[in-house]
Design a protein around this ligand. Structure first.
Ligand code: ADP
Ligand code: MG
Length: 277
């Protein structure tokens, strides 16, 4: 398994890759300084699907916030296509944790929302929304409101809204976290199919090691706080990956190795880390 560790990437200068260089992020919480992320260095080459796993509260959402420009690191740098990230970018989109649909808007207007904010003219944004609605399998539901949909369908709406922006970089924060196992599986397969046609870069946070191996080219394992990038594991399984692949010896070797890396982080105490960053 050690030979699967990623030793660094050679990236063409003009590609839209994400580069994290010694990124640290601390929060002032009254008396103490809480260091969420400590000196994370890594890159997301264009077109790669990378999953991030790590214990709850280790800084996975914070990492995504830093890449999409919602927060600035305490130290270190986040660069996209060689430029420091200073705020929201048109080539980056996020699917947030939990249900982020706008309940008063129809499916169509939810999917078109980002384009509307970006000032895209109405005929163009509605045409684009329709295309994305079809892509995520929601054709026929354009005039429905989120509360008339299942949890899985609402997540498809959120994914379609992000994809409508044609992002080069798609950040997904436990997008299937609230869904049952079977629905996760189905939407995961859909996401793979879509990604194979768009080939954007994806950073996908999940707590499910099986999902991480099934979907990804590479899995990042974060340690407990203060979080470092403990390991980067290349998933060298051919695509497409049918559901039966979970019985493949190599699949179970990957999930076992990831679990071995993750398990000690779940029980390690963080109290001292919070008090003495
Ligand atoms: P994860 O997504 O891995 O569960 P988060 O990135 O949400 O973790 O949070 C990492 C740590 O940073 C947590 O301990 C959280 O409480 C803390 N944290 C996140 N945002 C803030 C904030 N704005 N102020 C103070 N602490 C924060
Ligand atoms: Mg989170």
């Amino acid at each position: 398994m050690a030979s699967d560790a990623v030793q660094g990437h050679v990236t063409p200068a003009d590609s839209v890759s994400v580069e994290l260089d010694a990124v640290s992020m601390s929060f002032e919480t009254g008396e103490a300084t809480l260091t969420a992320i400590k000196s994370v260095t890594g890159s997301i080459p264009e077109g790669r699907f990378i999953s991030v796993i790590g214990p709850s509260g280790c800084g996975k959402s914070t990492l995504l916030d830093l890449i999409c420009g919602l927060q600035r690191p305490t130290s270190g740098s986040v660069r996209i296509a060689g430029e420091p990230v200073k705020g929201a970018r048109r080539d980056t989109a996020m699917v947030f944790q939990g249900d982020s649909t706008l309940h008063w808007r129809t499916v169509r207007d939810n999917v078109a929302f980002g384009l509307e904010i970006a000032g895209v003219a109405k005929p163009e944004r509605l045409a684009r929304a329709q295309e994305m609605i079809r892509l995520v399998g929601l054709a026929g539901f354009e005039d429905f409101r989120p509360r008339q949909l299942s949890g899985g369908m609402r997540q498809r709406v959120a994914i379609a809204r992000a994809l409508a922006m044609s992002p080069r970089i798609l950040l997904m924060d436990e997008p299937f976290g609230s869904l049952d196992q079977q629905t996760r599986w189905v939407i995961g397969e859909e996401l793979t199919r879509i990604w194979e046609s768009t080939r954007n870069s994806v950073l996908f946070v999940t707590h499910d090691v099986h999902e991480a191996v099934l979907l990804s080219d590479e899995v990042w394992v974060m340690s407990n706080r203060p979080s470092t990038l403990k390991a980067r594991i290349r998933i060298d399984l051919p695509r497409p990956r049918p559901s039966g692949i979970i019985r493949d010896a190599r699949f179970t070797e990957y999930t076992g190795a990831l679990w071995d890396l993750l398990a000690p982080e779940l029980t390690r105490d963080t109290a001292a880390a919070a008090a003495h960053p």
